[in-house]
Design a protein. Structure first.
Length: 184
């Protein structure tokens, strides 16, 4: 492994659990795979109850869900950290789409599975989804976007960008995350 290659897992406080919240009926097998992949990545993750998406979250003109409405719904859950999953396409104002969004810092994040299958098989889907889930949970801890193209905290504009990065933190982000954890 190269010296500057990302190799650090996302550190969370002891007992900090990620509740994975299916929204708007994403495929059950894909939701379970996300939970299992987060656990394999060293994060405590459990499956929450299915949640309906409020009609106000749907933008019929765009055919997409408003990410901020899903974040607000996830934030209502009685959990320290919530990762909502939807099979629908998401956007935030000023963007054509997003792979996900998060309160930074905060408790809630949401990942869209909609574009994760593009040009890939089941393993590619799982890897992409894990990377975006880890990045967005990292944002909830206060980690910023990273300029290192292989760091999981590097923002992605395309699925190719997701494919290029690792599912782990670079040294600078790992240091920042560890410092935040010690202060909490």
């Amino acid at each position: 492994m190269k010296k500057d290659e990302p190799n650090g897992p996302l550190p969370l406080a002891a007992g900090d659990e990620i509740v994975v919240l299916p929204m708007d009926a994403p495929p059950a097998n894909e939701v379970v795979e996300v939970v299992m992949d987060l656990q394999r990545a060293g994060l405590r993750a459990t499956l929450g109850d299915e949640s309906a998406v409020p009609p106000s979250a749907w933008d019929p003109a765009r055919g997409q869900l408003r990410a901020e409405r899903l974040l607000a719904l996830a934030r209502e859950r009685d959990s320290r950290r919530v990762l909502a999953l939807t099979a629908r396409d998401l956007y935030v104002e000023g963007t054509p789409f997003v792979f996900g969004a998060a309160e930074a810092p905060g408790r809630a994040a949401v990942v869209s599975l909609f574009r994760m299958h593009v040009g890939g098989d089941g393993e590619v889907f799982r890897t992409r989804t894990l990377k975006e889930a880890v990045r967005l949970v990292g944002r909830t801890t206060g980690l910023a976007d990273c300029a290192h193209p292989r760091c999981v905290m590097h923002p992605a504009a395309t699925v190719a960008d997701i494919d290029t990065k690792s599912s782990r933190l670079c040294g600078a982000c790992l240091l920042q995350a560890s410092r935040r954890l010690r202060r909490s």
